[in-house]
Design a protein around this ligand. Structure first.
Ligand SMILES: [Zn+2]
Length: 246
């Protein structure tokens, strides 16, 4: 069985059998992967605290192709992000983003920018509180990396630019009123202020996103746009940060 080495962040882990864990990681070279950690729930185990959520580690895994699950051989902590795990609010915001990455990343579809984005959020959260508004901007940035960058300049159907346009989740961008057919398309209002924040976020280096401080009103609108867009992508509702924190 070939051994593979990769860096990865722990997204979550589940109990498996008597003493094992099934751990979901995000790796820059393998994408979202699931690996079985044998004996990880025994008091004395070789993984120590390296399988705690949000841990950035270096893994050695067995590639068991064609089976879907990998088997974890060794994992070493690069950065534990213990400070994130020791604060309830930090756990809630970071878990929410972690769930978001897990839900929207297909298995085995690696993205270095997505990995770095999560790492940037962890580094930020280690020191500061990430507000719901900032988490929204990280989600927007993720969508850009995942191939869902919104077209915000022109109507996606006729390419014209109108002063007032709506956001259509199914078309993945702005649409002008003449292009909205009477029958089907669900669309939501999108203000110029929100368009500008979204454009800025898609363009900006992830390390600088925290400098964008959207107003409460803008943030509310972004939450709604994300909600309908993610519903369209996943085909089901993704819980809001407020729901996850309760
Ligand atoms: Zn149009």
């Amino acid at each position: 069985m070939p051994l593979i080495e990769t860096d990865a962040i722990v997204l979550n882990s589940l109990k498996l059998g008597e003493a094992d864990k099934l751990v979901t990681f995000y790796s820059p070279t393998l994408g979202k992967i699931k690996a079985v950690a044998r004996g990880a729930r025994k008091v004395k185990n070789k993984y120590g605290s390296s399988l705690e959520p949000f841990t950035h580690g270096h893994l050695v895994i067995y590639d068991k192709k064609p089976q879907v699950l990998y088997r974890l051989f060794q994992s070493d902590i690069i950065e534990s992000f213990q400070r994130v795990r020791s604060d309830y609010d930090k756990i809630m915001t970071t878990s929410h983003f972690s769930l978001f990455i897990e839900a929207l990343s297909p298995e085995g579809d690696p993205s270095v920018p997505v990995f770095n984005l999560f790492l940037k959020l962890l580094e930020y959260t280690k020191v500061f509180e990430a507000s719901p508004g900032l988490i929204n901007l990280f989600k927007v940035k993720f969508l850009g990396y995942a191939g869902y960058e919104l077209l915000l300049d022109r109507c996606v159907k006729c390419q014209s630019s109108f002063p007032s346009m709506r956001f259509s989740p199914s078309l993945g961008g702005m649409v002008c009123s003449p292009c909205i057919p009477d029958n089907a398309l669900y669309s939501v209002a999108i203000s110029p202020a929100v368009q500008s924040v979204l454009k800025q976020t898609f363009k900006m280096d992830p390390g600088l996103i925290s400098r964008i401080r959207p107003s409460e009103e803008v943030n509310k609108e972004i939450s709604h746009i994300l909600e309908v867009f993610i519903f369209h992508i996943l085909g089901k509702k993704f819980p809001s940060l407020e729901t996850t924190s309760k």
